[in-house]
Design a protein around this ligand. Sequence first.
Ligand code: BGC
Length: 251
Amino acid sequence: MASEHAIGIDIGGTGIKGAVVDLGTGALVTERFKVRTPEGGRPRDILQATEGLLAGIAEEADGTRLPLGVCFPAVVKRGRTLSAANISEEWIGLPAEELFEQALGREIHFVNDADAAGVAELRYGAAVGVDGVVILTTLGTGIGSALINDGALVPNTELGHLELDGHDAERRAAYSAMERESLSWEQWAQRLQRYYTHLESLFTPDLFIVGGGVSKYSESFLPLLRLQTPIVPAVHRNNAGILGAASLASR
Ligand code: BGC
């Protein structure tokens, strides 16, 4: 039987955050714990930081026996991390799930961060009951993607790395590009327009969902986009990864 609560941990290029989640409602039942992602993003350092974060969560919530899901900014296949865009290259080919299980002393479920966010929105958010093709993109340090068709996730789509105008799309259109280049909302929206128009031409989706920390400012940029496809902010914003990881761990 699925347990009612589970822990979700979302490892990102900038921060590692986690909480206990109520799997019935998708609500966080503890505060959100957060630490900075260690400089360089190397496996040993990230493992250590995650261990510390988990200890804090477990202390508050007696979470030692709860299912634990961890999501990560890389292609994850059968527990192995197969790419490294904004983290150390040491992750490529690493049996990450196994290493985390050994270090944390418990079973975990390891998954791509955007896929976790997609599952969260599918089960508790903007994609509930939506038929057809839904594309969730997270706009953060990089661009993550979750492709969902009639409620089924196609994992590891990595649409942030589509080549667009000779560039890796996330390099120009992620939220980090706006910060790095001090772009205005209008200037950044032009890049998003180019990016989402391209996604539309490839997938003819029924819905776009925009996640990542910047989704809380969606009013500043979503109305500037002219698309055929409805585009909405993620209901769970920056908590979607935590929620999806927890939800996947319980199944
Ligand atoms: C990574 C993806 C990840 C996304 C968001 C990209 O650079 O390649 O795996 O989902 O960033 O973190």
